[in-house]
Design a protein around this ligand. Structure first.
Ligand code: NAD
Ligand code: MG
Length: 398
C-alpha cells in the first residue's frame, strides 16, 4: 500500500461517534495517515486523551472556556491549541492539512467545511447539515478550488461506489434513472402514530442498527435524517429531488442503490459500521482494511423492503417539501429541526412537537435566494429564533 503516501489528516468532531470511528481506522494505518489537527466542542478530558494518543500538531475546542483549559493541560507538549474558529479555518487551509474529516454535528460544521472546500482540500463529508444549509455555496467552492469531496454518510458513500467516475459528474447523462436511498426506519418503524408522538428521548436514541450521536439518532427516529440525506444526495450527485426515492430496509445491509435507464439496479452492501465508508474515503481510489466484520449474509437471513410512511413520519415530508421549494428553505428546515431536537432531548417538548416546530417555522420564515453565506447564516439565525418561540409555547404543555 506504498502509493497511498502519507496524508496529513484533520479530524473535526474528533470526540464524537464518527470522530472515534475515524481515529480507529487511522490508528490501523499509522504509516499512511498522520493526525495533525483534532477539533471538538467542549470535552477537555476526552480531547486531552486523544492528544496524548495521536500527538497532533494542533487541537481546538469550540467552547472558549474549555479551550483555555485545554491550552493549560497541553502546555509544554507538541500540540498547540488554536485560539478561535478563524485560526481553526486557517489551520485547515494550511499545508499542515491534506484531508479533512468534517464530522462536527449540525450547522456548527458549516464554516470549517467551507474553509476546507475553499482551500482545495480532500473533504470526507459526514456533516450533512452543511450541504443541507448551503449546498449551492459549498458545491461552488468545491468546483472552484478543485477540492475532492467524498461522502461519508453511508447512503451517499454507497451511491458514490455504485457510480463510475463519468456518471458521477452528471448522472442523468450517464444513464442514471434515479437514486434509491435506503432507510432503516429507525426505532419507531412499527409503532402506531399515537405511540410515536409521545416517545421519550431514550426510546428515540435507541437505534436498532447503528450506534450514533444523539442528534442524528433522533433524526433517524423521526426520518428527518432521511429527508436531510435526500437533500444531501441531490447536491452531491446533481440529481433533482423527484429522482431520489426512499425505501425502508430494516436490516441496514444495503446502504443505497442506483437505478439505471436499462433496468439495472446497483447496490452496495456491508455491515452497518461507519468504518467502511470512512476507510473508503480515506483510501479512495484505493481500499484499506477498516476493522469491520465481514458480512455474513446467511446470518442476516433476509433483506426486506417497505414503503416510507409520510403520515407517521411528517419530518420526512417536511424536508422533501423544503427541498422542492429551494432557496433557503432547507437551511430553515435544518435550523428549526436542530432547535426542536435539542428541546426534545432536554425533555422540553414531545417527539410529536418536533415536526410541529419545523412546519410552523418553515411557514413563517421567508424563503430567500442563497446568494451568499451571509444570507444563509441570517436565515439560519432567524429560523432558530422563530423555532425557539414555538418551543417556549409548546413547553408549557409537556
Ligand atoms: P456526535 O454528537 O457523536 O459528535 C459530534 C462531534 O462534533 C463531537 O466531537 C462534538 O464535540 C463536535 N462538535 C459539536 N459542536 C462543535 C463545534 N461548534 N465545534 C467543533 N466541534 C463541535 O455526532 P456524530 O454521530 O459523530 O455525527 C457527526 C456528523 O456526522 C453529523 O453531521 C451527522 O449527521 C453525521 N453522520 C453521522 C453518522 C453516524 O453514524 N454517527 C452517520 C452519517 C452521518
Ligand atoms: Mg446516513
Amino acid at each position: 500500500m506504498r502509493d497511498l503516501g502519507l496524508q496529513k489528516v484533520a479530524v473535526l468532531g474528533a470526540t464524537g461517534s464518527i470522530g472515534s470511528s475515524t481515529l480507529d481506522v487511522l490508528g490501523r494505518h499509522p504509516l499512511h495517515f498522520e493526525v495533525t489537527l483534532l477539533a471538538a466542542n467542549r470535552s477537555v478530558e476526552s480531547m486531552h486523551q486523544l492528544c496524548r494518543q495521536f500527538r497532533p500538531a494542533f487541537a481546538y475546542l469550540a467552547d472558549a472556556e474549555s479551550n483555555a483549559q485545554l491550552a493549560q493541560v497541553l502546555a509544554g507538549t507538541e500540540t498547540r491549541v488554536l485560539a478561535g474558529e478563524k485560526e481553526l479555518c486557517e489551520c485547515i487551509a494550511s499545508a499542515d492539512v491534506d484531508t479533512v474529516m468534517a464530522a462536527i454535528v449540525g450547522a456548527a460544521g458549516l464554516q470549517s467545511t467551507l474553509a476546507a472546500a475553499r482551500a482545495g482540500k480532500k473533504i470526507l463529508l459526514a456533516n450533512k447539515e452543511s450541504l443541507v444549509m448551503a449546498g449551492a455555496l459549498l458545491m461552488k467552492a468545491v468546483a472552484k478550488s478543485g477540492s475532492t469531496l467524498l461522502p461519508i454518510d453511508s447512503e451517499h458513500n454507497a451511491i458514490f461506489q455504485c457510480l463510475e467516475s463519468n456518471e458521477r459528474a452528471v448522472p442523468a447523462k450517464g444513464g442514471v434513472e434515479s437514486i434509491i436511498l435506503t432507510a432503516s426506519g429507525g426505532p419507531f418503524r412499527t409503532w402506531s402514530a399515537s405511540d410515536i408522538v409521545s416517545a421519550t428521548p431514550p426510546q428515540a436514541i435507541a437505534h436498532p442498527n447503528w450506534s450514533m450521536g444523539p442528534k442524528i439518532s433522533v433524526d433517524s427516529a423521526s426520518l428527518m435524517n432521511k429527508g436531510l440525506e435526500l437533500i444531501e444526495a441531490s447536491w452531491l450527485f446533481n440529481m433533482p429531488v423527484d429522482k431520489i426515492e426512499v425505501v425502508v430496509h430494516p436490516q441496514s445491509i444495503i446502504h443505497s442503490m442506483v437505478r439505471f435507464v436499462d433496468g439495472s439496479v446497483l447496490a452496495q452492501m456491508g455491515n452497518p459500521d461507519m468504518r467502511t465508508p470512512i476507510a473508503y474515503g480515506l483510501a479512495w481510489p484505493k481500499r484499506i482494511e477498516s476493522g469491520v466484520k465481514p458480512l455474513d449474509l446467511s446470518t442476516v437471513g433476509e433483506l426486506t423492503f417497505e414503503k416510507a410512511d409520510l403520515n407517521r413520519f411528517p419530518c420526512l415530508r417536511l424536508a422533501i417539501e423544503s427541498a422542492a421549494q429551494g432557496g433557503t428553505a432547507s437551511a430553515v428546515c435544518n435550523a428549526a429541526n436542530e432547535v426542536a431536537v435539542q428541546a426534545f432531548l432536554d425533555h422540553q417538548i414531545s417527539f410529536g412537537d418536533i415536526p410541529r416546530v419545523v412546519e410552523l417555522t418553515l411557514s413563517e420564515v421567508a424563503n430567500m435566494e442563497p446568494t451568499s453565506l451571509d444570507v444563509v447564516l441570517l436565515q439560519d439565525t432567524v429560523a432558530r429564533a422563530v423555532a425557539a418561540e414555538h418551543v417556549e409555547r409548546l413547553k408549557a404543555k409537556v
